[in-house]
Design a protein. Structure first.
Length: 211
């Protein structure tokens, strides 16, 4: 099973990727993880990426795509893989195809924008130990106080409602054309995010046509 996973920030991609990874015994690979892996291993591509990272620049598409190809040639990807967060744009998808990297399904996890804003703006993190909470789904025993170390719980800048709205706008602009690209190829399937994780998982399995 070779899957590309699409979904807005806060749509629950990571959770569902973990379920699929465990079910099929295949790795979930994110762009960040691939780049870090190439840096750790000191590959030629890793060294090339490091030159951009050290200067605070984005790693260009062509380097990222080569790193993706290199990672997908590893033995743990031979039974399949889940690509999370890549490709993000149509040019990246084109480049992936030209490299001969084929996928079975492109799964888009759809969640209403207001639900995503509620999910992300409700997240809290301990300023001292980094433990994570949610004011609705995983509240601390005492409001704004960490259960683990007693530190103050704070909202990360990334989770502020205005920031979330901006991130969703960027995602929409990049990904809507990508969804059409894969829909035209007959590869796109859609799962609608539910309130409970297990219900979303059921929708994901249904979309992928698996038991």
């Amino acid at each position: 099973m070779r899957i590309i996973l699409l979904g807005a920030p806060g749509a629950g991609k990571g959770t569902q990727a973990e379920v699929l990874s465990n079910k099929y015994g295949i790795p979930t690979i994110s762009t960040g993880e691939m780049i870090r892996n190439a840096l750790r291993q000191g590959t030629e591509l890793g060294k090339e990426a490091k030159q951009y990272i050290d200067r605070g620049l984005l790693v260009p598409d062509e380097v990222v795509i080569e790193i993706v190809k290199e990672r997908l040639e590893d033995p743990d990807c031979q039974k399949g893989f889940i690509l999370d967060g890549f490709p993000r744009t149509v040019p990246q998808a084109d480049a992936l195809e030209k490299m001969g990297i084929t996928v079975d399904k492109v799964l888009s996890i759809e969640v209403a924008e207001e639900k995503i804003i509620e999910r992300m703006s409700g997240r809290r993190q301990c300023s001292r130990c980094g433990a994570t909470y949610h004011i609705i789904y995983k509240p601390s025993r005492v409001e704004n106080v960490c259960d683990v170390c007693g530190g103050e719980l704070i909202m990360r800048e990334d989770d502020a409602p205005e920031t979330v709205k901006n991130r969703l706008e960027v995602y929409r602009k990049q990904t809507e054309p990508l969804k059409k690209y894969y829909e035209d190829k007959g590869l796109l399937v859609v799962a609608y995010g539910q309130e409970e994780v297990r219900d979303t998982t059921r929708e994901v399995f249904k979309a992928l046509g698996v038991e």
